[in-house]
Ligand binder design. Structure first.
Ligand code: ACO
Length: 324
């Protein structure tokens, strides 16, 4: 027997306002054709002025609890992966905790930019398997619209707002190939690349929030290699191969990066969940949002073998293999 972090349910939330490429083309010097060709993005959701990251996170969390059919007070760990917290402190996770009426256990934020959900999954998995906590909410939630320079066409067309959440529980599993739960996680970072994708402000440097800056071509150049390296590590660690996967749920930054990784890894393109066309890049929220969409439309089912991967600012990158 072995303890594993087993998936109980998922939920997501997208702000009502949809911003299309055509609208963006009236704001900056761009076109629907350019954005679709270079990124695969058609539209993205944008939070209302009075809608904060914690509001999106709370709604996704409530949906995940309902899907898992568990009560909020049974949750003893809340981790929110975000780079757009409501405030510098306290953590957005404690706002979610209070919103759910939970007064016990622990809640904290985790910041690994677009890799936040995979880093969060690895962290929550370790804490559950160590016996520190029993049942956890892992949330990826972002309002990147707040840190975009809406006059910079090279970045403002790429990102969107949203939140996705999953419930995980420590459960005994037989310890064999059929085990449900998080099977392996692989995390990496390399701070030499920190200036290729960053926010030009912060409490300790400028005392302002700042705006997202990116050398897109440089990020693109590294993305496929980094992603495929960690996915291959996850295969090696478990003995599974690309053909064993039921679903590949990648971070949704750019359709061309996803296509390049899928091709290099030899994954059947029909097993890939794509949401970047409708959500844009929602950073730490993109993987749980894509998972949620795949579960809701019936493509992804309990018991499926699913590979998650992400790459983002830092650079950070990682992969996780899970049997749902
Ligand atoms: N509309 C029209 N033209 C544009 C736009 C735009 N929105 N943005 C840039 N251009 C122009 C550029 O100015 C450039 O013009 P020039 O040739 O006259 O200089 C031309 O288009 C080509 O620009 P590139 O940057 O070379 O375009 P590229 O094909 O690399 O696509 C993109 C840009 C989409 C940003 C791509 O590089 C990319 O996806 N990079 C990776 C981004 C990413 O994955 N980020 C993930 C991590 S996000 C996170 O962690 C928060």
């Amino acid at each position: 027997m072995t303890i594993r972090s087993v998936f109980l349910g998922a939920g997501c939330f997208l702000p009502e306002r949809v911003l299309t490429n055509h609208e963006l083309a009236r704001m900056v010097d761009t076109s629907d054709d350019w954005i679709v060709q270079r990124t695969g993005i058609h539209e993205r959701h944008v939070a209302a002025p009075n809608e904060f990251t914690s509001d999106l996170a709370l709604k996704a969390a409530r949906a995940a609890l309902a899907d898992a059919k568990v009560e909020a007070d049974s949750i003893d760990l809340i981790v929110v992966a975000t780079s757009t917290p409501d405030n510098t402190f306290p953590a957005t996770a404690v706002a979610v905790q209070a919103g759910l009426g939970i007064t016990t256990g622990a809640a904290f934020d985790l910041q690994a930019v677009c890799s936040g959900f995979v880093f969060g999954l690895s962290t929550v998995d370790a804490l559950l398997r160590a016996g520190n906590f029993r049942r956890a909410l892992l949330i990826g939630a972002e309002t990147f619209s707040r840190i975009l320079d809406w006059t910079d066409r090279t970045t403002c067309v790429l990102f969107g707002d949203g939140a996705g959440a999953i419930v995980l529980e420590a459960q005994e599993q037989p310890g064999g190939r059929g085990d449900r739960g998080v099977l392996t996680t692989h995390l990496r970072s390399d701070g030499r690349h920190k200036k290729k994708l960053y926010v030009d402000g912060g409490p300790g440097s400028t005392q302002t929030v700042g705006h997202l800056r990116m050398e897109g071509r440089e990020v693109f150049r590294h993305a496929v290699t980094m992603i495929t390296d960690v996915v291959v590590e996850a295969f090696k660690a478990t003995g599974y191969t690309a053909t064993d996967l039921d679903w590949f749920v990648p971070h949704q930054a750019n359709k061309r990066i996803i296509d390049g990784s899928v091709h290099k890894l030899g994954i059947d393109p029909s097993k890939v969940i794509i949401t970047v066309d409708r959500h844009g890049n929602t950073s730490a929220a993109s993987i749980p949002l894509a998972l949620c969409v795949g579960l809701a439309d019936g493509r992804i089912k309990r018991g499926d073998l699913v590979m998650f991967e992400a790459m983002g600012g830092g650079f950070t990158w990682g992969a996780a293999l899970v049997r749902l």
